[in-house]
Write a protein that binds this ligand. Structure first.
Ligand code: NAD
Length: 492
């Protein structure tokens, strides 16, 4: 059985600046969501510490030849980093699992290899994105040259600590930038190992620095720092708005924002293989206990199969076994904190008061293993204004709405705030493509749900779900700025 003793996991204490651990006294406590216990302390960088990290990154960026290095050499370093990450799974996976909601089993099979493969993907772009030769008058040569920004500030959430960080850092480094990262203060440890491995692989010290702390002090100090030329952020829509405002005030500087979602699963009567579909839909809201930005949280199903599908989803919900991330037999992750579990429950209660019927779930497991484990919940008879439909819950709560025809289904799929992802399930290719065109979302999955390792397909939101893309060519391009050059060679 793959497991570990949580108390035995040693966590790095300090920031990572200039290629090494920089100890600082603890100011925060990091808890284990699996059993609710305090695990270890964490320093909190104030503006002076953030300044030291950014100055160090900027100096390293200028001093080292990271940006000017032959692109294939940069690619080689990033590929080596990916190899080291993959080989380090025995250390990285428990570090990831101990204070997060990521089960060890999944960290081994998915988070760590997915992180490594993402870094490889970005490495491949190092020498693939050039500039342009512009159409100019014949005695001139016009060039559009791409250059890195310098130091990119990255701020990431707690739900997939390694993967989210690797998408930000991989893209920025491949484009020749330096990065100062602030991981979530709830899940700060695994990225420290990631940074150590970067240096081991040959990323020059200082090119990837990490500072710890909360959003209000440390995060804000990063966004406002004059040497941070671009921000990249993943987290909630409210925080994204605050970061954009800070970037506007203290720059202006560009920001890539990957934000919240309330993604629909639109199911038509002719959807193939109801059993498989029930597993896809249940999995898309119970994976990581629904704490996934693209969680398929709104089931919108045509009347003919609504009851049968709901029944099969309910069976799967009830079969879950909650358990610690280090318990190999558990199938359901903890909620990140007691506070977040309370918030989930408050929205479920408000939804019921507003008329939603509870088909299953609706509360915490009473005999959970210590942390807060919320029962997979199905709420039906909800309308478009129900709080469980309107708000991002970020927990294992699925709402069910029914429709008669395509037009009504598409109208329900639209959300007034969010447009991150959507699932469409039908055997009719014409209907699937009409729905794809009709739904305003950054990603539409047809007859499947969730991403694969086809990293070339970017991810990002419409509306209040974000601005810009992670992954894909677009993610690397967002880390480059364009310089225009015009050469007059007319005079002999
Ligand atoms: P959050 O917004 O609370 O925090 C995210 C990060 O921002 C943390 O590191 C936090 O310390 C920092 N932060 C908070 N306030 C800040 C401020 N004023 N200035 C600078 N930094 C600040 O989000 P969370 O609870 O960690 O994550 C859950 C949210 O993330 C959900 O809304 C989820 O949908 C979203 N998310 C989106 C994607 C995506 O790709 N679109 C992926 C994962 C998570």
């Amino acid at each position: 059985m793959r497991t570990f003793k949580p108390e035995a996991i040693q966590t790095p204490r300090g920031h990572f600046i200039g290629g090494r651990l920089v100890p600082q006294a603890d100011a925060l406590t990091v808890h284990r969501p699996s059993d609710g216990r305090a695990h270890a302390g964490l320093p909190a960088a104030d503006a002076a510490t953030v300044d030291a990290a950014v100055q160090d990154a900027h100096a390293a960026w200028r001093r080292s030849d990271w940006a000017r290095r032959a692109p294939r050499e940069r690619a080689r370093v990033l590929r080596r980093w990916a190899d080291l990450v993959e080989a380090d799974v025995a250390q990285l996976a428990p570090l990831e699992a101990v204070c997060s909601t990521r089960p060890l089993r999944e960290a081994i099979a998915w988070d760590v290899p997915f992180t490594a493969e993402g870094l490889r993907f970005f490495a491949e772009y190092c020498d693939k994105l050039g500039g342009e030769v512009a159409a100019t008058r014949q005695d001139h040569l016009g060039l559009v040259v791409t250059e890195p920004y310098g130091v990119v500030g990255a701020i990431t959430p707690w739900n997939f600590p390694l993967v989210m960080a690797s998408w930000k850092v991989g893209a920025a480094l491949a484009a020749g930038n330096a990065v100062v990262l602030k991981p979530s203060e709830l899940t700060p440890y695994s990225v420290m190992r990631l940074a150590e491995l970067a240096v081991e692989a040959g990323v020059p010290p200082g090119i990837f620095n990490i500072v710890h702390g909360d959003g209000a002090t440390t995060g804000e100090a990063i966004t406002r720092h004059p040497l941070i030329s671009k921000m990249t952020f993943t987290g909630s829509t409210g925080t994204g708005a605050a970061i954009m405002a800070s970037c506007a005030l203290h720059g202006p500087k560009p920001a890539t924002l990957e934000l919240g979602g309330k993604s629909p699963q639109l199911v038509f009567n002719d959807a193939p293989d109801l059993d498989k579909l029930a597993s896809i839909i249940a999995g898309a809201i119970t994976g990581n206990a629904g704490q996934v930005c693209v969680a398929g949280s709104r089931l919108i199903v045509q009347r003919g199969i609504a009851d049968e599908l709901a029944e099969r989803i309910t069976e799967r919900f009830k079969a879950h076994r909650p358990g610690a991330t280090w318990d190999d037999t558990a199938t359901l992750s903890p909620i990140i904190s007691v506070r977040q579990a309370q918030r989930i429950h408050e929205i479920v209660q408000a939804a019921r008061e507003a008329g939603a019927q509870l088909r299953c779930g609706g509360g915490l497991y009473e005999d959970g293993p210590g942390g807060a484990f919320y029962r997979p919940t199905l709420l039906e008879s909800v309308d478009a204004t129900n709080p469980a439909v309107v708000q991002e819950i970020f927990g294992p709560v699925l709402t069910l709405q029914t429709f008669n025809d395509e037009e009504e289904g598409l109208a329900l799929a639209a959300h007034e705030r969010y447009g991150l992802a959507a699932g469409v399930h039908t055997a009719d290719i014409g209907r699937a493509l009409r729905a794809m065109r009709g739904i305003a979302a950054g990603t539409v999955w047809i007859n499947r749900y969730g991403r694969t390792s086809d990293f070339v397909i970017p991810t990002g939101g419409f509306h209040q779900s974000g601005i810009g893309k992670d992954l894909g060519r677009q993610a690397v391009e967002a880390n480059l700025r364009h310089k225009s050059v015009l050469i007059d060679f007319g005079a002999a």
